[in-house]
Unconditional design. Structure first.
Length: 377
């Protein structure tokens, strides 16, 4: 089996007539007629050209040698982002497409090629921006979800004195801690609850928040400090009972090595569609497992990528929950050619279908393009 061609599709899905969610799809075609589809996330506008350049390096190779194809491109790109950043995210889209292809070519779901599944259903947690917390918690429960995350940080806080430093003023601190307690009261004690600080605070402020939120029994507090300094993060993690989660801006196993060796977090959250793909993230989860650290991937991508992520989440024992960003997105299921939603009772349900087990709804995606533009280029 030989790779013949790689094409991309970029679609900006509209909500109420206005462009909203941009999705970046990659398709790898073979000489034998089998193809696989992937998705790349958090890439810049040059990603289609980068994908075409990378693809030239694997034309003629056997797509079932997924790790070797990935590593062949990655090593050629060491001077152009082959260890972190958008280069890896572009490559990730190709990697996911190769897995879909490898599964289809062998007639098995991707999770089988990743070592098989520990679970049939992959638990999602809702990332929510809603401000009526008890109303949102009721909705979440009703739809079968068991965990939710809210944002705590406010870059526009009127209590901030300086937009550049990462310190927190007394009034800003109080308003954020009060908000956290209000959220827990609204949500109730039985939903798992996470809160995100988006790395907007310094080490002193981050630790003060983590300690002040200890009575809330959080599932985790996310990124109390920016991601660049593992030791600063570890200092907070080791000084609080609040579980600390980070890793959405790290890449590859190499990016997680220090974080795990220093046990600088309690939970890791790689973004699977950005940080290296299915094989790499399974390995990252395995690395975390030997420190008894749970794996709770970040995810802000379309349904295709969410399902790809779910294949990894099913294949590792230490999976905790996968992020779901589109609780109120009416177009969520439209991107896939499926009769029923891929999310049932707050979980992605995996099937025995080969590859990722789903296909894109090309009629819908084409209808979101400017007139006359073709989907795959
Ligand atoms: Mg986050």
């Amino acid at each position: 089996m030989k790779i013949a061609e790689v094409k991309t599709a970029q679609v900006q899905v509209k909500i109420d007539g206005r462009p909203r969610y941009r999705y970046n799809y990659v398709r790898v075609y073979t000489e034998e007629g089998v193809y696989g589809t992937g998705e790349a996330s958090h890439v810049d506008s040059g990603w289609r050209d980068s994908t075409r350049d990378m693809a030239q390096l694997i034309i003629g190779r056997d797509p079932r040698d997924v790790d070797a194809c990935f590593e062949h491109i990655r090593r050629r790109y060491i001077f152009r982002g082959g260890f972190a950043g958008t280069g890896i995210s572009v490559l990730t889209g190709i990697e996911v497409a190769l897995w879909d292809l490898a599964g289809k070519a062998q007639g098995v779901p991707v999770y089988r090629l990743l070592g098989g599944k520990f679970r049939d259903r992959v638990r999602l947690y809702v990332d929510s921006a809603h401000t009526d917390y008890s109303e949102r918690a009721a909705e979440i429960r009703e739809r079968g979800f068991t965990a939710v995350k809210f944002d705590l940080d406010d870059g526009q806080s009127p209590h901030k004195l300086d937009p550049w430093n990462w310190s927190v003023t007394p009034d800003e601190f109080k308003s954020i801690v009060d908000l956290a307690f209000e959220i827990r009261e609204g949500v109730g004690s039985s939903l798992d609850l996470a809160m995100d600080l988006h790395g907007r605070y310094d080490a002193t402020a981050g630790l003060k928040f983590a300690q002040a939120l200890e009575p809330l029994n959080l599932m985790w507090l996310e990124e109390p400090v920016p991601p660049e300094n593992i030791d600063a993060l570890g200092k907070i993690t080791h000084a609080t009972q609040t579980p600390i989660c980070a890793g959405e801006n790290l890449y590859l196993r190499h990016g997680f090595r220090d974080l795990l060796q220093k046990q600088a977090v309690d939970i890791i959250m790689p973004d699977i569609s950005k940080c290296g793909g299915l094989s790499e993230c399974r390995k990252i989860a395995n690395m975390a497992e030997i420190y008894f650290i749970p794996f709770a991937p970040h995810n802000n991508s379309s349904a295709l990528s969410t399902i790809a992520d779910a294949h990894v989440c099913a294949s590792v024992p230490n999976f905790l929950a996968l992020e779901f960003h589109r609780f109120h997105d009416p177009t969520w299921d439209d991107v896939l050619a499926t009769d029923e939603s891929v999310i049932q009772e707050g979980h992605v349900v995996l099937t025995e279908e080969p590859g990722l087990g789903v296909e894109l709804n090309e009629d819908f995606l084409t209808s979101e393009l400017p007139d006359g533009e073709s989907l795959w280029q």
